[in-house]
Design a binder for this molecule. Sequence first.
Ligand code: 13P
Length: 258
Amino acid sequence: MNRKYRKTIIAANWKMHKTPTETKAFAERLKSAIPRAKRCSIVLCVPFVDIPAAVKLLKDSRIAVGAQNLHWDASGPYTGEISADMLADLDVKYVIIGHSERRALFGESDLMINQKVHAALGAGLRPILCVGEDRQQRDLGVTLEFITYQLKAALAGVSPEDMRRVVIAYEPIWAIGTGQTATPDQAGEVCSAIRSVLRKLYGARIARSTTIQYGGSMNEANAEALLNQEDVDGGLIGTASLDADQFLQIIYTANQDG
Ligand code: 13P
């Protein structure tokens, strides 16, 4: 991370875990134990039904609430879907877009992801845009090409001004939920390549100030080495974010002086 130029953001992605009642207990524990120094931003991306409880409990704290998905249209006949305005109205600040689970299990295309990015930005939400290669792409040596393609597709038509509100999360699919974390060098290499793509698309200033997180089996034991990489500006954390104390340990690490 490099706090001089950009925000460090530690975000939880709970996926389909925790009820509103469990959310309340978690938020209370988190609020009572977060460090005073504000060297990193903290975001909880919770299931839709947990949003009201999370927002209510975290209202007077510096912990922001995020969603894990949204629909690209403002309204319409989309049974079971949620719009950007609905989220913004609940005081949601961030939304994860293009997670590999949504791409793989729910058929999200690059076009849908691009439209979701525009919908989020239009409603004043900050997208956390996920990109990442699978095992085969890494083994074939096409990781950087694939991620460049994903970034270009997802960010098509996004203005430089709007880009200032976009967070990128590098999540290698082979590292998600597997306990097989990318090495700090692997994470650093791809996050730095992502910054180079952003430099070409948006110029040096915006590239330098964009937060690029790493996600994929990040935990309290490996967070420090990953965050020590110059271009890794935080984490998007699944499994280790479900336990308040484990998540807090990662926050403490990101919040260390220096
Ligand atoms: P894990 O931390 O469980 O590997 O999940 C990472 C992730 O997918 C965050 O979005």
